[in-house]
Design a protein around this ligand. Structure first.
Ligand code: SF4
Ligand code: SF4
Ligand code: SF4
Length: 401
């Protein structure tokens, strides 16, 4: 059966208040009007893609079932703005999704892979794939007044508490998932960190959802460890064409590595914050605009935790491996050598019948020695180690303790 397709007008899109999905939530009609007013070249195109900043691609789990709506949405946006060319950018490896889109796409739609090269598409109308989906569903007479969202809990392990799905605007977060507020440290949405108040929020049109995932971090998460991991991911995705994105992320990455290596300095916190804030105005796409802000937000919200890592060399959550101490309890060790023989880093010293010593700086905290020690003599702690033997001492002879 043929699907009935409605004509759309710019006024209708404006009235429906369709917002661009992801990082910017600008009204689609506003973007279209600006494009019409500025468009004076043949190459100006409609480009639909995930935000470049999106590195999880979680939205594809729902968008892959919306090929017809996405293609129709791009057609309608191009028709109403007079754009002659149409592009879709998909992440690498999305060939099946591309095949599905091609079933509904006209010849003039080009499918490319990778992040959107924004300089190449200067002057084009770049919209989110989900925004095109909305316009398409509007033309098809389907429900479009909804938005995709997923909720994840992140702690010792990551678990989904609400699968990626379309929800109506106005849905309170508390209706999607029951969250134990006492165990929440922070929330991350669209690359920005939020406090606990965010849990009282609803999914509204003016809420940027980024990659669609609301990440709720429990108190076990270490802010330094988390930001360091995210900065590394973002750095690996930067195309390097904007100096501030390339150098800014490199600087933040290095400063965070220094903190993790117990060589951090307090003034680095203000430097990282300034870098993150400057990147917003000095870069070309959402990767540069948003990647540096997580570090800036985290320093505002958790300066104490950073200072603890830098000044006390202490990770309050115990998540940072370099801040964990491993030592052999000299009262328990009988010098059996079992641990020494399994250590992959060769960082345990000892002889038969002597108390063994762990060279903590070289230990990768793999826990193998703990698993095999018959005396349960190996201690893993975030606290300061007690006085320990500093030379080979016969088992049972260490008295200073
Ligand atoms: S902001 Fe970063 S990823 Fe985006 S164009 Fe500039 S260098 Fe490339
Ligand atoms: S935790 Fe692993 S690397 Fe460290 S001392 Fe034990 S066995 Fe060696
Ligand atoms: S395995 Fe345990 S008891 Fe044996 S040498 Fe190592 S620390 Fe000491």
């Amino acid at each position: 059966m043929m699907t009935a397709i409605r004509n759309l007008s710019l006024e209708e899109i404006e009235k429906a208040d369709i917002r661009d999905y992801g990082m910017y939530i600008v009204p689609l009609a506003k973007k279209m009007k600006e494009f019409i007013a500025a468009s004076n070249n043949e190459d100006a195109a409609v480009v639909a893609a995930l935000n470049n900043f999106d590195s999880s691609y979680e939205l594809l789990t729902v968008l892959k079932d919306k090929c017809e709506s996405i293609c129709l949405g791009i057609d309608k946006i191009a028709e109403l703005t007079g754009a002659k060319k149409k592009f879709i950018y998909l992440p690498e490896g999305c060939e099946t999704f591309a095949q599905c889109l091609k079933k509904y796409a006209g010849d003039e739609l080009t499918i490319e892979y990778g992040i959107v090269p924004v300089r190449e598409h200067r002057g084009s109308l770049i919209v989110h794939l989900e925004t095109a989906r909305k316009a398409g569903d509007m033309a098809l007479g389907n429900d479009y007044d909804n938005t995709p969202v997923k909720i994840e809990m992140i702690g010792s392990e990551t678990k989904t508490v609400f699968e990626m799905a379309y929800v109506p605007y106005g849905t309170p977060l508390s209706e999607l998932a029951s969250i134990d507020k006492d165990n929440v440290k922070m929330i991350k949405v669209a690359g920005r960190l939020k406090g606990l108040d965010f849990l009282n929020t609803s999914i509204e049109k003016d809420l940027p959802l980024g990659d669609g995932v609301i990440r709720i971090y429990d108190k076990i998460c270490c802010i330094v460890d988390q930001v360091q991991k995210d900065v590394k991911v973002n750095r690996s995705r930067s195309c390097g064409k904007c100096t501030f994105c390339r150098e800014g992320l490199a600087q933040q990455d290095m400063r965070l590595d220094e903190i993790e290596d117990k060589a951090g300095v307090l003034r680095a916190l203000d430097v990282m914050k300034k870098i993150g804030e400057s990147m917003v105005y000095s870069t070309q796409c959402s990767i540069g605009e948003f990647s540096g802000l997580e570090a800036a937000d985290s320093i505002d919200m958790f300066r104490d935790e950073y200072e603890s890592h830098i000044k006390k060399k202490y990770c309050p959550t115990g998540a940072c491996k370099s801040f964990i101490r491993m030592y052999v309890d000299p009262r328990k060790c009988d010098g059996c050598m079992v641990c020494l023989n399994v250590c992959p880093d060769n960082c345990i010293e000892g002889m038969e019948g002597y108390i063994h010593i762990i060279e903590d700086d070289y230990c990768s905290k793999c826990d193998r020695c703990i698993e095999v020690c018959p005396q349960n003599a190996i201690v893993k702690t975030i606290e300061k180690a007690p006085a320990l033997p500093d030379r080979m001492t016969k088992a049972g002879r260490f008295k200073r303790y």
